[in-house]
Design a protein. Structure first.
Length: 876
RNA sequence: GGGCGAAUAGCUCAGCCGGCUAGAGCACUCGGCUUACAUCCGAGAGGUCACAGGUUCGAAUCCUGUUUCGCCCACCA
């Protein structure tokens, strides 16, 4: 075998391995997988995930990296378990976002979309998609995502367009789609309707303007502010669309308001006076101007009181002919002009600062205008009811738990969904002569089944629907997840997935959302270039128990760990060089193995159990952390160090056995780690494979190798684990003394270890050689006598007492102080245990085992204290 | 305005059903190039678990309230 470099270099291997996997067809579900009982896999046993389709315009950001890493871990795990596993990839046409991108591109060429005309423009968008639409899928490959690319879909491809038409038709025929004049969120820049979810509000420091309306004197017919109501509004320009003023029916202050003839200033139009419960007497002056065409509440009031709906805005946010004399002005210009004019007319009272929520377009951040227009809607109540029921009966589970309430709360208060958009790029509404297109989400909500072929009854649909797990960020719980559940139930009669895993949002270290425009984004591809995809994945996942606050240093964890793994394997390969595996099953010989080998196998099996337990409950971070500590803290720090002399020593039975165990442990580690770190584990596993004598039953890729599932424990050995604790105490004690005493590295050292019980004695006998090696001792005596010529320093743990004897002089005062500190510590601890045990209530109420445990601790600590005191006497 | 979440070492976080002297990684201090790895090895220092009450033999963990931060939702003009 070629020598491995001393450092892990991900660049060399990543693209080569991905190509190997993809061209080998390993990402495709097994067509003929057969479970142990010989029955063909049933639909229920397939494992399916559909990717949250990134926008075609997108470039991979950290949110994607986390999201897809989590999916890939689950997918690779299930695939290794032997389940027919399918991860469906694809991209979203992202209506407004994509249209904006292409418009911007045209702008640079000095063109507008209107210049091209609709047909030509759409051609341009497709052209753009062909050229740039593969960026994100290429980037997902760099991450290692094991999607079945042969099944890649696009929300505007032919099949999905058909699904969209079918879904629309079905809803239409059921009477769940209607068209109506409605007040909707309108983006004057994008010139389209937006759903409520697309128009998020931001708290804004605004102003509340107070000014007088006019009253007509019945005698003179003159208009004046005498006795007229003062009103307050944040958007004075909408007064041009006023139809009435309203007060609360119970508001005593305005009993006679109806008797007045109220007129609108500037336009001098008569207004109605109405009374409505909506009006809050506490807010402003208690009098509200009513503008049915430009405010959602006023719209409702307008319906209740049959008011005129006066639309005063053009689609691009300018005042139209109804708003004379302000016609042609932009809405914000008009606001200023109107305030000026009101001031000039002596009607303006004051302006006060006012914090309020202002909706903005989620794409271009323009202030959204409530706007009256004809739109298409889906009646959501009937769909939501089914989705609530499916959730209540446990058909869909959301993890973490707390999101369940958020989900149900939203569905219970659902409002109809405005699905038409006045843009060009999107699915046309299949209604003759309608120029609108459908909301992007109208195609994405069908994603879990449309990607599998619906409305055709395909094999894929039968085999892989419903899917298994959906992994997503919380931001699109309503946009997407809830709607998919509704669509799945409506069109397929079944929930689209069984589990929803919601992970944290990736933020910059500052706590802000990462975004390119804020300049605080860390590019995952850059990180992959620097430390490798595996390091990125491991770091992200280990941090991702909740929201992730990222900075570049955080990828060190993964980087260092992959390098450690690389070197552990490198060491193994150097020492396995004349080894032929294949026929070896440690399970057969387990009882005959050396204690060290039994110990590592026992720990390995425990780790495998823990990893699977955590994977099952979607605790991917905990699973990764557990593996990390096993590999680094046990396998590298102890096992490899312990078996070094054996492996590098002369050939013997023990050496052969150790090589076999090392081979097994490394193989299992690589398998366990593969879902998190697919590249490095594959690379190392392929090398490991070269040592196996019989490779016929080894799959071509680690991706397809069997997952270390522990059905029944084969390697459990509590005794060797206990002995190992004694070893750790002994070695740790000597190291501590060495460091405390600041001994020079070459210092010759003899140690004496005394034991407290038979088990400890046996453990010491078993590991005597190892202790000597790890603690770098010249000699080691068990329960030996102290030489009169040497000075001694001691350390006592629960089961062993460790002394080192040093020829020559040691600093007695320093050692005295050290012992005093230790004695004090133990006394304090002993005190707390005694207090606990002396409390009669503790004995009465605490569980039996706990009391026994505490009593054990008491004896242990007492013995320890005795030794420390005896030793202290020597230094007095 | 309503709902949710967070508050633990200098930093980022783990601590499930209440009970091992509250842990890890980074940073820090001391000592080491020990024939896999200095992206490393060994040792160490560092915490009144936000605050105030309560339940309990026992609370970082459960309950109540307070403070600070974050997120989501909402039509108060």
């Amino acid at each position: 075998m070629a020598e491995l470099s001393t450092r892990y270099n991900p660049k060399e291997i990543e693209s080569r391995l991905y190509e190997f996997w993809e061209s080998g067809g390993f990402f495709k579900p097994k067509p003929d997988a057969v479970p142990p009982d010989g029955v063909r896999w049933e639909r229920a046993s397939a494992y399916t995930v559909v990717i949250p389709p990134p926008n075609v315009t997108g470039i991979l950001h950290m949110g994607h990296a986390l999201n897809n890493t989590l999916q890939d871990i689950l997918v690779r795990w299930h695939r290794m378990k032997g389940e027919p596993t399918l991860w469906v990839p694809g991209t979203d046409h992202a209506g407004i976002a994509t249209q904006n991108v292409v418009e911007k591109k045209l702008e640079k060429e000095g063109k507008k979309r209107q210049d091209l005309g609709r047909e030509k423009f759409i051609e341009e968008v497709w052209k753009w998609k062909e050229e740039h639409g593969t960026t994100i899928t290429k980037q997902l490959r760099r991450l290692g995502a094991s999607c079945d690319w042969s099944r890649e879909r696009f929300t505007m491809d032919e099949g999905l367009s058909k699904a969209v038409r079918e879904a629309f038709t079905q809803l239409y025929e059921k009477g769940l789609i209607y068209q109506g004049n409605y007040i909707i969120n309108w983006c004057p820049r994008c010139q389209t309707a937006l759903s409520d979810e697309e128009a998020p509000s931001t708290e804004t420091e605004g102003k509340l303007y107070y000014y007088y309306y006019l009253v007509k004197d019945p005698k003179t017919g003159k208009l004046s502010r005498e006795g007229a109501p003062l009103i307050a509004t944040t958007r004075p320009e909408t007064m041009l669309g006023d139809s009435a003023v309203a007060v609360n029916p119970k508001d005593g202050r305005y009993k006679n308001l109806e008797k007045l003839e109220i007129y609108l200033p500037l336009q001098n139009r008569p207004l109605k006076v109405i009374r409505d419960d909506f009006v809050d007497p506490e807010f402003g002056t208690g009098v509200v101007k009513v503008t049915p065409a430009h405010d959602p509440n006023d719209f409702e009031m307008g319906i209740r009181h049959q008011l005129e709906q006066r639309n005063i805005l053009t689609p691009d946010g300018r005042i139209n002919e109804k708003g004379k004399p302000y016609e042609g002005l932009d809405r914000f210009e008009a606001r200023m002009k109107i305030i000026e004019d009101l001031k000039a007319a002596g009607l303006f009272e004051k302006e006060v600062p006012h914090r309020h929520a202002v909706p903005h377009c989620y794409r271009c951040h323009t202030v959204v205008e409530p706007y009256l227009s004809k739109q298409w809607f889906v009646k959501m109540k009937p769909l939501a009811e089914k989705a609530l029921k499916a959730h209540a009966t446990g058909k869909v589970k959301i993890t973490p738990e707390r999101w369940n309430k958020v989900y149900t709360n939203w569905l219970e208060n659902i409002r109809d969904w405005c699905i038409s958009r006045q843009i060009w790029w999107g699915h046309p509404i299949p209604v003759k002569g309608d120029p609108d297109v459908l909301d992007t989400w109208f195609s994405s909500w069908l994603w879990p089944f449309s990607t599998l072929g619906w409305p055709e009854e395909t094999e894929d649909l039968k085999r892989f629907y419903p899917t298994s797990d959906l992994v997503t960020a919380p931001e699109i719980l309503f946009f997407w997840v809830a709607r998919m559940i509704m669509a799945g139930l409506e069109f397929m009669g079944e929930v689209p997935f069984k589990n929803v895993l919601i992970h944290g949002t990736v933020r910059a270290q500052s706590g802000l959302k990462m975004s390119k425009s804020l300049g605080n984004a860390i590019d995952p591809i850059e990180v992959i270039d620097e430390v490798g995809a595996d390091a990125l994945r491991l770091s992200l996942v280990m941090l991702a128990a909740q929201d992730v606050y990222l900075s570049k240093e955080k990828f060190e964890v993964g980087k260092n760990f992959t390098n450690k793994l690389w070197n552990a394997a490198r060491f193994s390969f150097l020492n396995l060089k004349d080894f032929k595996a294949g026929e070896f099953d440690p399970g057969l010989d387990f009882k005959k193995l050396t204690p060290v080998n039994r110990w590592i196998l026992s720990r390995l099996e425990e780790t495998a159990l823990e990893v699977e337990f955590n994977l099952k409950r979607f605790a991917l971070a905990q699973a990764a952390t557990g593996l990390y500590h096993f590999v680094w803290g046990k396998f590298c720090d102890w096992y490899i160090e312990l078996v070094k002399p054996t492996l590098t020593g002369p050939d013997c039975r023990e050496k052969e056995e150790t090589e076999k165990v090392l081979f097994t442990v490394l193989d299992q580690i690589l398998r366990l780690l593969h879902p998190w770190a697919p590249f490095i584990t594959e690379e190392l596993w392929q090398k490991l494979k070269e040592f196996a004598k019989d490779k016929s039953d080894w799959p071509p890729s680690l991706m397809l190798a069997a997952w270390p599932h522990v059905e029944k424990r084969r390697f459990e050995d509590k005794a060797s684990e206990e002995s190992f604790k004694v070893l750790e105490q002994a070695v740790g004690g000597i190291r501590e003394l060495r460091a405390d005493l600041n001994l020079p590295p070459g210092q010759a050292l003899s140690a004496v270890i005394r034991y407290r019980n038979k088990a400890a004695h046996e453990a010491l006998l078993v590991f005597q050689k190892e202790i000597q090696k790890l603690a770098r001792l010249d000699s080691l005596e068990l329960k030996g006598e102290f030489k009169r010529t040497a000075a001694y320093v001691g350390h006592a743990a629960s089961e062993v007492e460790v002394f080192i004897q040093i020829e020559g002089v040691i600093d007695r005062e320093k050692e005295k102080a050290r012992l005093e500190k230790k004695i004090e510590e133990v006394e304090r601890y002993l005190d707390s245990i005694r207090k606990k045990l002396e409390n009669p209530n503790f004995r009465r109420n605490a569980p039996e085992e706990l009391v026994v445990e505490e009593e054990g601790k008491l004896l242990e600590q007492e013995a320890l204290l005795k030794t420390l005191r005896e030793h202290y006497e020597l230094f007095k």
